[in-house]
Design a protein around this ligand. Structure first.
Ligand SMILES: NC(=O)c1ccc[n+]([C@@H]2O[C@H](COP(=O)([O-])OP(=O)(O)OC[C@H]3O[C@@H](n4cnc5c(N)ncnc54)[C@H](OP(=O)(O)O)[C@@H]3O)[C@@H](O)[C@H]2O)c1
Length: 237
């Protein structure tokens, strides 16, 4: 699947990784780029069309899919994060529901609404933005990581189901990326542009999965080992 000539719809495109997905699609020759944003009036990037979408609101998701019937690549990027006081914290259920509504059910909603749209073109793709925490949770990330693991599982089911309509499903797994989401963490971070470059190259090469940094590649490489990294990961101070 080529980026050039495609019509790309990115959720959560107001900033961060989503904005990089939208900008780079345009730079690589997409014929149209839709920026799915919660506040279209606040979005002004020449050449990119803002479309109102809140992935927690089914009505807005259906309306966006109806408006953007020519979409050939859907990027499920919108996401939120939050730290918790641990997997046993009193607010664990409430926080999990909150994160799942965007990070997991958000993808369910957009996949349901956009699958028929993607089916209308000979070749199409769905890119789901996941994380390295898909495979490695720690107590303070318990709720967020669970939402990304759920989204990974969903991504794998969607990949099989959408094959019949020639929609290629690619998952992005990545550690820290330099965006607002992790601005308070003083750790090495990938640049959003580098990550998106790798994702689009992966899509064009027909990959199912892009592991965008060394840390993520290492986590995945240990999964089948007796001492897989998630048993004893390095914990932050
Ligand atoms: N940054 C990292 O280290 C990192 C690592 C791994 C994975 N990720 C994933 O990458 C994705 C993008 O995150 P980011 O780092 O770019 O974070 P970000 O800078 O905080 O941007 C998040 C984006 O998602 C949008 N959004 C949030 N809730 C939404 C909703 N209900 N409906 C529609 N849009 C919504 C935000 O829109 P508003 O501007 O309206 O708030 C914003 O555009 C997320 O799925 C995140 O989990 C990030």
């Amino acid at each position: 699947m080529k980026i050039a000539g495609s019509v790309v719809f990115v959720t959560g495109a107001s900033r961060g990784l989503g904005l990089a997905f939208a900008r780079l699609a345009l730079a690589q020759g997409a014929s149209k780029v839709y920026a799915g944003v919660r506040n279209p009036a606040g979005f002004n990037v020449p050449g990119i069309i803002p479309i109102k979408i809140d992935v927690t609101d089914e009505v807005s998701v259906i309306a966006a899919a109806k408006e953007c019937q020519d979409t050939t690549i859907l990027v499920n990027n919108a996401g939120i994060g939050s730290l918790s006081k641990g997997a046993l914290a009193p607010d664990m259920i409430g926080l999990s529901k909150h994160l799942m509504d965007t990070n997991y059910y958000g993808i369910v909603r957009t996949a349901q609404a956009f699958a028929p749209v993607l089916a209308a073109s000979d070749q199409s793709a769905m890119i789901n933005v996941l994380s390295d925490v898909t495979w490695l949770s720690i107590p303070m990330l318990a709720a967020y990581a669970a939402s990304k693991s759920a989204a990974w599982s969903l991504t794998n089911a969607l990949r099989l189901e959408l094959k019949a309509q020639n929609t290629h499903v690619l998952a992005l797994h990545v550690g820290f990326v330099d965006t607002d989401l992790v601005k308070d963490f003083n750790v090495p971070k990938s640049s959003p542009e580098d990550v998106v470059h790798e994702v689009y190259a992966g899509l064009e090469a027909g990959k199912y999965e892009v592991l965008a940094d060394e840390g993520t590649r290492h986590i995945k490489s240990t999964l089948s080992l007796e001492d897989a990294i998630y048993f004893n990961p390095p914990l932050p101070d």
